[in-house]
Design a protein around this ligand. Structure first.
Ligand code: NAD
Length: 470
C-alpha cells in the first residue's frame, strides 16, 4: 500500500514504449481490429478474463484498497462484465450506418453517417477503481475497433501488476498492451502519437495530458472529479436519505469520484440528518467500523495525512477515529462546518462528510453555482418543483434525485463531467461515440447529371433556379 514500489522501480522500461506504440499502430493499420467479429471475440475474451481470473483481481483490490470481494464485484469486476454484456447485445445496432435525408437540390442521392475507429488510443487510469476505470474504457475502445494501450495507476500496484499479467494472456497482444509505471512512463507515453487519449484522474494532471495532446492534435476525454454536493430539503425521509448518503459516501472509504462530497442541509434539516447519518454508519459498519469486512482503507500515507488534516474543519458528529499504520479512517460526519473551512477547499476523496447549513433552496443553488461545475449533483427532495429548479438552474456532469453514485450504473446514461469536472463522456453507446469518428458519406449517382444547373456559365434561368432551390 505504499507509493515507493512503483516510484522507485519503473515497471516498463521507458525505452520500450515507442516500440509498443508502433506495434499497436501497425496492428490498427493492418485492419485486424475493424471486423465486428474481432471486436466481439475480444470483448468475450475480456469477459472470460474477468470471470476466470476473478480471484486474482479480488486479491489485488484487497491489497491495494482493502476492498471486500462483494464491493470488488459490484463496483469493479461485475460492473465491467455488465458493460461488456450490454455492449455485445447492442453493438451491431450502434455501429449500423445511419441514413440521413438529402436536400432537394442534391437529389437523387443518399447520405449516411458511418462510424469508423480512431486508431490507437491511450487509456490512463487512476487508482480508486483500478479495474473498472482501466477496463470499462477498454470495452469502448475495442467495441469501436481501436487498438489500445492501458496505463494503470502506480498507486494501485497490485492491480496494475495483475492487469499487466492477465490482459496479454487473454486478449490479442498485437492490439492491446499494458504499460505499468508512474510519471516517467506516462510522460514518455504522452510524447507518442495516439489517436485519442482517455484520461481519468485529477485536474492538475489533466492539464498536462491536454497540453501533451496538442502536439499531435489528439482528441482527449478527461474524466475528472471535484466536489459533488448533496442538497437535502426539509420534509424528506431523513433515515432513508442518510442511509443512501452513507452508502454513496463510504463505499471504497469515500475514494469515489462521484461520492457525495458534502451536504447542503436546507432549513432545519441538519440536526436530524446528522443524527440519522451517525445511526446509518453504525447500522452499516457496526460500533467499530475497523472490524467491518465491508469497509475499505485509504490508498496510501499521503492521502491519509491529507484527510486527517481535514478533521478539524468542524465538529465530529460521527467517526473521527483513524490509524495510520493500517490506513484506517472511520466513516466520519462533520457538523457545523463553515463554507470557508479547509475541508471545503478541495475534493475530499475520503470518508469525511461535512454538513453545511443553508437557509433555503436558493441559497443552496447559489452555493453550487459559485463553485466549479461538479461531476454530480444530488438532491433529496419530495418536490417536483425543486427538481425542476435544480435541473434548470445548475450545471453538473450528472444530476440525481434520491440516490447518489448509481447513475453511472445506467448504461445508456453517458458518464462524464463538465467544466472542471471533465470533458467528454463514456459507457455503452457513449463509449462507441467517444472512440469513433463519425464519417459523413454522400453518394450521388453519375447516371443522371442533375448538377448541370450549378455549372458555369450561370444563365438567368440557372440563377433563378439556384436562388429558389438553395
Ligand atoms: P492517480 O494519482 O492514480 O493519477 C491518475 C493517472 O495519472 C495515473 O495513471 C497516474 O500515473 C497518471 N499521472 C500522474 N502524474 C502524471 C503526469 N505528470 N503525467 C501523466 N500522467 C500522470 O489518480 P488521481 O488523479 O489521484 O485520481 C483521483 C482523482 O480522479 C479524483 O479527483 C477523482 O475525482 C478523479 N476520478 C474521476 C473519475 C471519473 O470517472 N470522472 C473516476 C475516478 C477518479
Amino acid at each position: 500500500m505504499t507509493e515507493t514500489h512503483a516510484h522507485s522501480e519503473p515497471l516498463t522500461d521507458t525505452t520500450a514504449i515507442p516500440g509498443i506504440v508502433d506495434r499497436l499502430r501497425a496492428a490498427f493499420a493492418s485492419g485486424r481490429t475493424k471486423p465486428i467479429a474481432w471486436r466481439r471475440e475480444q470483448l468475450r475474451a475480456l469477459r472470460r478474463l474477468l470471470t476466470e481470473e476473478r480471484p486474482t483481481l479480488e486479491k489485488a483490490l484487497k491489497a491495494d484498497l482493502g476492498k471486500s470481494p462483494v464491493e470488488a464485484h459490484t463496483t469493479e469486476i461485475g460492473f465491467v462484465v455488465n458493460e461488456i454484456d450490454h455492449t455485445l447485445k447492442h453493438l451491431a445496432s450502434w455501429l449500423r450506418p445511419q441514413r440521413v435525408p438529402v436536400p432537394m437540390a442534391l437529389a437523387p442521392a443518399k447520405a449516411r453517417r458511418v462510424r469508423e475507429p480512431l486508431g490507437t488510443v491511450l487509456i490512463i487510469a487512476p487508482w480508486n477503481y483500478p479495474v473498472n476505470l482501466s477496463l470499462a474504457p477498454l470495452v469502448g475502445a475495442i467495441a469501436a475497433g481501436n487498438t489500445a494501450l492501458i496505463k494503470p495507476s502506480e498507486l494501485a500496484p497490485a492491480t496494475s501488476a495483475a492487469l499487466a499479467e492477465l490482459l496479454p494472456r487473454h486478449l490479442d497482444t498485437e492490439a492491446v498492451a499494458v504499460v505499468e509505471g508512474g510519471v516517467p512512463e506516462s510522460t514518455t507515453l504522452l510524447e507518442q502519437h495516439f489517436d485519442h487519449i482517455f484520461y481519468t484522474g485529477n485536474g492538475a494532471v489533466a492539464r498536462i495530458v491536454m497540453a501533451a495532446a496538442v502536439k499531435h492534435l489528439t482528441p482527449v476525454t478527461l474524466e475528472l472529479g471535484g466536489k459533488s454536493p448533496a442538497v437535502v430539503e426539509p420534509g424528506v425521509d431523513l433515515a432513508t436519505t442518510a442511509r443512501r448518503l452513507a452508502w454513496g459516501k463510504y463505499t471504497n472509504a469515500g475514494q469515489t469520484c462521484v461520492a457525495p462530497d458534502y451536504v447542503l442541509a436546507v432549513g432545519d434539516t441538519a440536526d436530524g440528518l446528522e443524527r440519522e447519518l451517525a445511526a446509518a454508519i453504525t447500522e452499516m459498519f457496526g460500533d467499530d467500523p475497523r472490524t467491518s469486512p465491508d469497509y475499505g482503507r485509504i490508498v496510501n500515507e499521503r492521502h491519509f495525512d491529507r484527510l486527517t488534516a481535514l478533521l478539524g474543519s468542524g465538529t465530529v458528529v460521527a467517526g473521527g477515529d483513524h490509524d495510520r499504520d493500517t490506513l484506517y479512517i472511520a466513516p466520519t460526519v462533520l457538523g457545523g462546518v463553515p463554507a470557508d473551512a479547509p475541508v471545503m477547499a478541495e475534493e475530499i476523496f475520503g470518508p469525511v462528510l461535512p454538513v453545511i447549513r443553508v437557509p433555503d433552496l436558493d441559497a443552496a443553488i447559489a452555493f453550487v453555482n459559485e463553485r466549479d461545475k461538479p461531476l454530480a449533483l444530488y438532491a433529496f427532495t419530495d418536490s417536483e418543483e425543486t427538481k425542476r429548479r435544480l435541473t434548470a438552474r445548475t450545471s453538473s456532469g450528472a444530476l440525481a434525485f434520491g440516490l447518489p453514485v448509481a447513475h453511472l450504473a445506467v448504461p445508456d446514461l453517458p458518464f462524464g463531467g463538465v467544466g472542471e469536472s471533465g470533458m467528454g463522456a463514456y459507457h455503452a453507446a457513449a463509449s462507441v461515440d467517444t472512440f469513433s469518428h463519425t464519417k459523413s458519406v454522400l453518394d450521388k449517382s453519375l447516371v443522371l447529371d442533375t448538377m448541370r444547373v450549378a455549372y458555369a456559365p450561370i444563365t438567368d434561368l440557372k440563377e433563378r433556379i439556384l436562388r429558389r432551390m438553395l
